[in-house]
Design a protein around this ligand. Structure first.
Ligand SMILES: [Zn+2]
Length: 537
């Protein structure tokens, strides 16, 4: 009875019942069954694995009922490892020492799952996990689990498999490939439904990314046990040890251990690890429990009425140059309402600190990273917008709404394509003849060559860009001042077009009018991007 012999060895070495069942190749719902029936499941799983070709101990493979009974391992309730085996298990028992056995009886942490399928599924663990989700105060109605476990767990599984196959070469090893993944799945499917009941949120097993509880399980012996792979794969780890920066934390990454396991043959491995993994003194611990909610996005349009307000916080070498910014005025109260860890603000283009943004405003979107609140009614959005608008005279919002992630790309796509309308207050230092302004209305689709302006050279590469002015219209203010309304391709540098930027923009307004012209003030009048959708209210 190959299965029964395998079961005995696994029990001998100190595997928990669920781990034994996984070694026996069980991948069905039976793995999640009640502990009360798991012994029967184990026995029947073991009985299914037979070595048909060879008679065992001189007895034919057809084992009679009574013989089978005698062969059944005793599975004692309350202790994962059973001591009364030495007379029966003949296979590979040379490796078993009695200290090992005694220790195993005192402490029943499983040698392969390190207690993940024991303590890790207990009501204490479920409470810990449930509390981690509940305390986040998230408004979602479902959750998924993600588990990362110590590398030594993979290593221990590998160790038990090599020993098992050494002792029982005919034991079916098809389950070996997905073994570690199975432990993870079994754990999730054991605790998930319990957490579901406890927090009244639906547990989702497959491909669900909206809300994930990331469980990082660690074990005190992890690093010590990984060292064996460094001895076996010296070259690989020597290279890693030299790459200080890349592996500043540890050279024993999950990938490294997996690669090392594949590189070393079972024979070499057994030479280095001839005995079963030691019975651990303690189980794995959940070192960190992190809730991860996918971002939500809010979009709207903003007006900016100040000429002393940057769009984003203006810091020079860590020092703040302006008290606040459009981004801060919009995001600070929203982040409080959404209870997010962080925000990312982006907009369709941007204006300079001294440029106002009028008309229907500039489209923007805010991404909320790891938000607690994800659901907002239309009336709540209205209230949020009203609160921001009543707090400041510097900016005003409209059309504030929750949008889908997939719609956000409209904002960035539109940035280059869309036209923008501006109004510039210009000064002709020597005065001007109002008739010259009429020339401009006849100029449509005028192509400019703009070398990167001097004022932005420190952050943009030097290049000559062709930009189009679709149309212009100028109107007299007085003998020196006039207003220029223009519609341009996105990305046109308007200030440089007006004053010429020392000949870097050609033609310039000055060259077109035959005047020396300066720009006094600039307003964005329209950003022609029809997004986000208007809100009727
Ligand atoms: Zn186990």
């Amino acid at each position: 009875m190959l299965g029964v012999r395998a079961l005995r060895l696994l029990q001998e070495w100190g595997c928990c019942r669920r781990c034994m069942l996984i070694f026996l190749g069980e991948r069905s719902d039976l793995l999640y069954g009640d502990m009360a029936v798991i012994d029967d499941t184990l026995k029947s799983a073991a009985a299914k694995i037979k070595d048909e070709s060879e008679p065992e101990n001189g007895v034919s493979a057809q084992v009679s009922e009574s013989e089978q009974k005698e062969e059944e391992p005793s599975l004692q309730e309350g202790s994962e490892a059973s001591g009364n085996q030495e007379s029966k298990v003949r296979v590979s028992l040379e490796d078993t020492n009695y200290d090992h056995m005694a220790k195993k009886q005192r402490c029943s942490v499983c040698i392969t799952c390190l207690g993940l399928l024991q303590w890790g599924c207990s009501s204490d663990a479920v409470k810990l996990l449930s509390d981690a989700i509940s305390s986040r105060g998230n408004d979602g109605d479902a959750f998924a689990l993600a588990l990362s476990f110590p590398m030594c767990l993979s290593l221990r599984v590998h160790r038990v498999w090599t020993l098992l196959l050494q002792a029982l070469p005919k034991f079916p090893e098809k389950g070996r490939i997905d073994h570690v993944g199975t432990i993870k799945e079994v754990w999730k499917n054991l605790v998930g439904p319990e957490i579901e009941v406890s927090i009244k949120r639906k547990f989702i097993t497959k491909k669900y990314f909206d809300f994930i509880l990331n469980v990082n399980a660690t074990h005190s012996r992890d690093m010590v046990e990984c060292e064996i792979m460094e001895k076996l794969c010296t070259a690989m780890f020597t290279v890693r040890r030299q790459q200080h920066r890349k592996y500043s934390n540890t050279v024993f990454t999950k990938q490294a251990i997996d690669t090392a396991i594949k590189k070393v043959s079972d024979e070499e491995f057994l030479k280095a690890c001839p005995e079963p993994p030691c019975v651990p003194d303690e189980a794995i611990i959940f070192q960190s429990l992190q809730c991860q909610q996918t971002s939500i996005f809010m979009a709207g349009r903003y007006n900016k009425y100040s000429r002393e307000l940057p769009q984003t916080p203006w810091l020079v070498e860590g020092e703040r140059k302006m008290e606040t910014s459009v981004q801060e005025l919009i995001c600070e109260s929203l982040i409080g309402a959404v209870k997010a860890d962080d925000v990312k603000f982006s907009s369709s283009g941007r204006e300079d600190v001294d440029v106002r943004c009028l008309g229907t405003g500039r489209p923007f979107v805010v991404e909320f990273i790891n938000p607690c609140r994800t659901k907002f009614t239309r009336s709540e959005m209205k209230d949020l917008q009203a609160a921001i608008n009543s707090n400041t005279k510097l900016v005003a919002l409209r059309d504030l709404q929750v949008v889908d992630r997939k719609d956000v790309k409209v904002l960035k796509e539109g940035e280059e394509e869309k036209t923008k309308a501006y109004c510039a207050l210009c000064l002709a230092r020597d005065g001007y003849d109002p008739k010259v302004l009429d020339r401009l209305s006849g100029m449509t689709e005028l192509t400019l060559c703009q070398k990167t302006p001097i004022r932005v050279l420190h952050r943009r590469c030097l290049a000559t860009r062709r930009k189009i002015i679709h149309k212009m219209l100028a109107s007299r203010v007085d003998d020196y001042f006039f207003k220029l309304h223009l519609t341009t391709q996105a990305g046109t540098y308007i200030k440089e077009f007006v004053h010429g930027d020392l000949g870097r923009t050609t033609p310039s307004l000055g060259s077109l009018l035959g005047l020396e012209v300066d720009i006094i003030a600039l307003d964005v009048e329209n950003v022609a991007l029809d997004w986000p959708p208007r809100c009727d209210d």
